[in-house]
Design a protein around this ligand. Structure first.
Ligand code: HMG
Length: 390
């Protein structure tokens, strides 16, 4: 049975921070960000956007009514949970009007868990071929003002519909995962921003890539020559470029090396304008590749490298399905370019604003007219989400 990605959607926020402005404010050479990290802009989330609103928006952009009747599992992969107990998937299930006899829950392991969610979705569809599983990767990456990670922040969600008749990417049976118990990046419950061993995290990312790729090739009897493109987890695109260079096979014909490199460039375009979206970053790379590459064709095999700090990594692959182009959007860049730019003081206010609850545990919010879904109020500690009527 063929199982894979039938639809893929993306949502981010309506605000953007241009990194040349951040560089000026932080007294950094702008080329450190544009060339050193390969980043241009990052999405900024106001208090009315969170993993629920962005996840619902990404999913709403791809789901038809018949999908909502067929979906029997909603998985949200995230490390930006809004409640220690209730899963964001339950809120999203309600906002989207998915039929009631569904299983909805959240998964967590830093930036990695959407990959595990896809594999679980695959197992479920194998047992129930008529079912559809909605997998959402949704996060807000917030490191803090003046930190080394600040230019790599971001916000966004990817939604993928997994079915037994996928029209975009058919999964292969070739996943190889690796776990290593390390402290490269973590966020204790009492902290709103992560603790990061920055350089150590980059070494772990690259070493996890090298060792998982070696094991993946050995177990599956494949090599880079069998792939048209490789997508990477994108904490910032420069690290993925280092990863691409690490696994590049210099014995391949120069045209194939150039094609892999060209497809890599297409895979980082959206990330360069959105920043790190943690669980969704790898799949934002896949979306960027699919919507911008001019050379990909049906049957091409794409490898995906997933990395979540802590750390779990995994490599798996899929085959492009005939007609995949028809499932994609053409105007993604225009939408990104229509976000409202924020000044530095506004960014510092908007991104780091926390809900101020009154003595009853309530707060109400305004200014979400341009969002698809919004956190409208908190009433006695209960978050109230709405679909914004336009
Ligand atoms: P930094 O201060 O930007 O590091 O922090 P740097 O001083 O090494 O500079 C970065 C690059 O800019 C270097 O290039 C410099 O040479 C270059 P490289 O040597 O790497 O090729 N540079 C310049 N280039 C042009 N003109 C200039 C200039 N100056 C310097 N004038 C760091 C980098 C990664 C530490 C920071 O961004 C950070 O802490 N980020 C957060 C952690 C992170 O993203 N780690 C990545 C691996 S872990 C991961 O992927 C998981 C994660 O997504 C979380 C999860 O799983 O949940 C983060």
């Amino acid at each position: 049975m063929t199982i894979g990605i039938d639809k893929i959607g993306f949502a981010t926020t309506n605000y953007v921070l241009k990194l040349e402005n951040l560089a000026a404010a932080r007294n950094i050479d702008p080329e450190k960000l544009s060339k050193g990290l390969l980043l241009k802009e990052i999405s900024i989330a106001p208090v009315t956007e969170d993993i629920v609103t962005m996840g619902a928006s990404a999913a709403a952009s791809i789901l038809a009514e018949e999908d909502k009747q067929a979906i029997d599992m909603v998985i949200v992969a995230s490390e930006s949970g809004i409640d220690q107990s209730k899963a964001s998937a339950v809120f999203i299930h309600g906002l989207l009007g998915i039929q009631p006899f569904a299983r909805s829950f959240e998964m967590k392991e830093a930036c990695y868990s959407a990959t595990a969610a896809l594999d679980y979705a695959k197992l479920h569809v194998e047992k129930h071929p008529d079912s559809k599983v909605l997998v959402i990767a949704s996060d807000i990456a917030k490191y803090g003002i003046g930190t080394p990670g600040e230019p790599t922040q971001g916000a966004g969600s990817i939604a993928m519909l997994i079915t037994s008749h996928p029209r975009i990417l058919a999964f292969n049976e070739d996943n190889v995962a690796q776990t290593r118990d390390i402290m490269d990046f973590w966020r204790p419950n009492y902290s709103t921003t992560p603790f990061v061993n920055g350089m150590y995290s980059t070494q772990q990312y690259l070493d996890s890539l090298k060792t998982t790729w070696a094991e993946y090739q050995k177990r599956n009897q494949v090599s880079l020559k069998d792939f048209a493109a490789v997508c990477f987890h994108l904490p910032y695109p420069k690290l993925a470029l280092k990863g691409m260079r690490k696994i590049m096979d210099k014995t391949l014909p120069s045209e194939q090396q150039a094609q892999l490199q060209e497809n890599f460039e297409q895979s980082i375009l959206y990330s360069q304008k959105v920043g790190n979206i943690y669980t969704g970053s790898l799949f934002l790379g896949l979306l960027s590749l699919l919507e911008n590459s001019t050379t990909l064709k049906a049957g091409d095999r794409i490898a995906l490298f997933s990395y979540g700090s802590g750390a779990v990594s995994e490599i798996f692959s899929g085959q492009l399905v005939a007609g995949f182009e028809q499932q994609l959007k053409a105007n993604r860049m225009e939408k990104l370019d229509s976000r409202t730019p924020l000044s530095i003081p506004d960014y510092e206010k908007v991104f780091f604003e926390e809900a101020e609850l009154d003595e009853n545990g309530s707060a109400s919010f305004t200014g979400y007219e341009n969002q698809d879904f919004a956190l409208a109020e908190i009433v006695e500690h209960q978050r109230t989400y709405i679909k914004v009527e336009k």
